[in-house]
Design a protein around this ligand. Structure first.
Ligand code: GSH
Length: 416
């Protein structure tokens, strides 16, 4: 039985009365002994009754005082410094694949020896999802895809975490571990590929979610260690501290800088926003996956919403009206880094996770005018299409389907 030590009192789980946001603590000795005395007095005479009244009054005062103290302590806890507490949540496990979820397609690579059974919940053209796909494809991993409706999001209703990408990875006992956040997903799977002797569910616990308060005192959550590969004593020889740091630096740059330039560029005007969503509809094969009314809803609501949101994003990330200029600058900076390396890719002869992150983010806007402009106005196209060729060459065979409910193991499918 789990026990917690708080304010010098040992408490069992049963004596912790937990509601979703507040912890109400009743000391165990009070709870059990005093209430039992009362219950045993149901047949008591007048004298014993007045003794009980006194006890009850004392109990009431004690519980009231304790409750008051604890309430103010909790309020202090929840004050400005409460980010120091850092709540830590491990990735969730679910016993079965969520009922009603529809697999829309799979990529099956007959040469995949990873033993992984992965379902990716995604929006086809979300930059974070593109990043995860670029990684899975480049690594030649088989996976199933659930294309989530960006407006209604029925296929992720079961999940406490509402963002995509997220993956469900089947474990040896048939249950699933959920991993969210594109970079954490990539780090977890990379860690596993380097040492398959540890169960991926166990490795997932290296990536807990931590709560914190940002500068505006807003509560935020992020995954700790998301840019770290947990190689430990099995670090490959070619993976030096320097290569590790450079890779991490550019993965972070892709998430924290490059990605913020995508929306302001693709939804610059209402016309460009509609064009972008028409392309999303094509690239995501929405005509196969969603009825016309749902497609129209996604295009019209999505384009208008993103056009509005992109203005807010532009302000939030301190971008001037010359949003193209910002993305050209970013890509030129990336090219300078590649020139410095004097190799084809950041990873040398082969792309590393830095290359795949930058490529993945950029690939999300391939059908947009902004992408064409970037290819024309910067020197990035050589590197970009080299990575793309490798990603496509290693990717499994596309199998289109809509499967509802339990996913048969990908491995069974391959051997059949
Ligand atoms: N840090 C996350 C960001 C994921 C994210 O923001 N995804 C967007 C789609 S591009 C999303 O799901 N937004 C929905 C929401 O915020 O509710 C990652 O790297 O995966």
């Amino acid at each position: 039985m789990a026990a917690y030590r708080t304010f010098g009192i040992f408490l069992t789980r049963q004596s912790l009365n937990i509601n979703s946001s507040r912890l109400i603590v009743i000391p165990r000795n009070l709870r059990l002994r005093e209430f039992r005395t009362n219950a045993g007095n149901s047949d008591g005479g007048a004298g014993r009754g007045s003794g009980n009244t006194l006890k009850l009054a004392l109990l009431g005062t004690t519980v009231g005082a304790t409750g008051g103290t604890i309430y103010s302590l909790i309020n202090n806890w929840k004050g400005k410094d409460s980010h120091k507490e850092h709540e830590r949540t491990l990735p969730i496990r679910i016993a079965q694949f969520p009922a009603g979820v529809k697999i829309t397609k799979r990529y099956i690579n007959p040469n995949d020896k990873t033993g992984l059974d992965i379902t990716l919940f995604q929006f086809q053209t979300c930059p974070f999802c593109c990043k995860v796909r670029a990684f899975l494809d480049y690594m030649g991993i088989s996976y199933s895809v659930v294309e989530v409706d960006a407006v209604l999001r029925q296929d992720i209703k079961w999940s406490p975490q509402k963002k995509v990408p997220m993956v469900l990875i089947r474990q040896a006992d048939g249950s699933y571990v959920q991993m969210t956040d594109s970079s954490a997903i990539i780090s977890l799977i990379s860690t596993y590929l380097n040492d398959k002797s540890t169960d991926i569910g166990e490795l997932a616990d290296f990536y807990p979610t931590i709560s914190f308060f940002d500068n505006d005192d807003k509560k935020k959550h992020d995954i700790m260690n998301k840019y770290f590969l947990m190689y430990q004593e099995r670090t490959p020889k070619s993976y030096t501290k320097e290569t590790e740091q450079t890779e991490r630096k550019w993965r972070t740059w892709a998430d924290q800088h490059l990605v913020h330039l995508i929306s302001p560029n693709c939804y610059q005007s209402l016309g460009e926003a509609f064009e972008t969503f028409q392309w999303f509809s094509e690239a995501g094969e929405w005509d196969i996956h969603f009825p016309k009314w749902e497609r129209d809803l996604m295009v019209y609501v999505g384009a208008t919403a993103m056009w509005t949101i992109s203005k807010i994003l532009k302000r939030r990330h301190n971008l001037s009206d010359d949003v193209r200029g910002h993305i050209y600058d970013a890509l030129n900076k990336w090219m300078r880094e590649l020139d410095k390396c004097k190799t084809k890719f950041l990873g040398g002869k082969q792309p590393n996770l830095g290359d795949l992150a930058v490529y993945g983010v950029l690939s999300s806007m391939e059908g947009c005018q902004a992408f064409k402009d970037c290819m024309e106005k910067t020197k990035i196209s050589g590197w970009y299409y080299d990575v793309k060729q490798l990603v496509q060459q290693n990717r499994g065979n596309l199998i289109r389907e809509r499967v509802e409910g339990q996913v048969p193991s990908l491995l069974t499918n391959v051997s059949n």
